[in-house]
Design a protein around this ligand. Structure first.
Ligand code: G3I
Length: 376
């Protein structure tokens, strides 16, 4: 009995030492742990993930990420069932999901040229409404939505994609009916509705110098009007080809020089032949063509490796600039979830994210974790 007790204690000790040694040597195995203290690592979540229908996906999301963005659930057309009538069923579930898992919750978005019902800009006869009437609708929308989640959503994409690629203001319905100051008004009202909430301007292709200059001018204009804009979101819908790490680094640094933090808000890396040439304009469409869809049965190893290297090179930039970075969010969990499978060509097989279609982590996942390991 005595010897068996010694054996048990010895075994326990050995196990404890082994576990200790393992813990000390064990590299982080989750994105949120790897980048802890540097910036949030987030993911855009879709309806099955918000509602719990994609239970396997939810397990990965909860284990790996500490921030969420709703891929569609908070956009105008998703919460306005008909003019003036809101349906917050899905949006409430989204916020509850983030709260349950103690995540940094992002609101996406309040003012955008897309996914906004035409009726928002029209009267009952279908005629365009006046500047004052549209301002009133915008104000009501902001106070309704931001007010509903006051203190629960931590960060709002107040205005999304207001710029053309040349840095000028997009002639959206908002701009045409209200004028350039719709941006200022939106920011003012969000700040009034929730003074604590982080205010973001969000856009794509800010790696393009002309567009970046437009974003910088927009931020400075808001600052000149006393708006405490906190973050510029660079969506980073990028490709294997571009931007280079150097350009990404310059983009982050120039945006941060305005005094705001930088968030990478919608990261994915296109591996397919490019049809969009760096744009993420949701209105772009191109016809199906087998030449544009070369990997329907899986990504060749060489491209898989290239993808991993590209992810690593971008995360190296974000890690190096961590003092000015607030968050890096991936635009979807697995390749099966990505909008890129249907844009700008419908029905392609893009492998642009960190988890594959079987929800297995890809080499790119480990490469992103290894960035921090190598830096320390
Ligand atoms: O929900 C309907 C469904 O009822 C209908 O049967 C189906 C048929 O087409 O459409 C479904 O809606 C689709 C929706 O995604 C939900 O899946 C829309 O057609 C489709 O256009 C919409 O696409 C979204 C796109 O924004 C719309 O503009 C993508 O999921 C979403 O990833 C994408 O996200 C944007 C960001 O908000 C802003 N930056 C660019 C980014 C990528 O385009």
């Amino acid at each position: 009995m005595f010897s068996s007790r010694i054996l048990t204690i010895t075994a326990l000790l050995a196990a404890t030492i082994a576990a200790g040694a393992q813990t000390a040597a064990q590299p982080p195995t989750t994105l949120k742990d790897a980048y802890k203290g540097a910036f949030y690592v987030g993911v855009a979540i879709n309806t099955p993930q918000i509602t719990g229908k994609d239970a396997a996906g939810d397990d990965v999301i909860v284990a790996q990420f500490n921030s969420v963005t709703p891929e569609n659930a908070l956009k105008w057309e998703n919460i306005l069932s008909k003019p003036g009538v809101y349906d917050f069923t899905l949006a409430d579930k989204y916020v509850a999901f983030g709260e349950k898992h103690h995540m940094f919750i992002v609101g996406h978005n309040l003012v955008w040229h897309a996914q906004t019902p035409e009726s928002v800009f029209q009267d009952e006869q279908g005629k365009p409404i006046s500047r004052d009437a549209l301002l009133q609708r915008l104000r009501d929308h902001i106070f309704t939505v931001v007010g509903r989640y006051k203190g629960r959503i931590q960060s709002w994409d107040v205005v999304n994609e207001a710029l053309n690629d040349d840095g000028t203001l997009r002639k959206s319905k908002w701009e045409q009916i209200i004028g350039d100051d719709y941006i200022l008004k939106a920011f003012e009202w969000v700040h009034e509705a929730d003074p604590q909430v982080e205010l973001n301007y969000n856009d794509y292709s800010l790696e393009n110098p002309a567009k970046r200059a437009g974003a910088i001018a927009l931020v400075k204009n808001l600052q000149a009007h006393g708006i405490p804009i906190a973050v510029v979101g660079n969506q980073a819908h990028v490709s294997l080809r571009s931007p280079t790490a150097e350009v990404e680094d310059q983009t982050v640094k120039e945006l941060a020089a305005t005094g705001v933090k930088v968030a990478i808000t919608e990261l994915d890396i296109d591996v397919l032949p490019e049809v969009s040439w760096g744009s993420a304009d949701v209105n772009l469409r191109a016809a199906r063509d087998p030449k544009l869809d070369p990997y329907p049965n899986g990504l060749p190893d060489a491209v898989q490796k290239e993808l991993a290297q590209k992810y690593a090179s971008l995360f190296e930039v974000y890690w190096k600039n961590r003092a000015v970075m607030s968050r890096v969010t991936l635009w979807g969990l697995s390749d099966a979830d990505s909008w890129r499978n249907n844009w700008p060509v419908p029905g392609r097989t893009d492998d642009c994210l960190l988890w594959n279609r079987k929800l297995q982590p890809k080499p790119a996942f480990q490469a992103v974790i290894d960035v921090v390991k190598k830096a320390q």
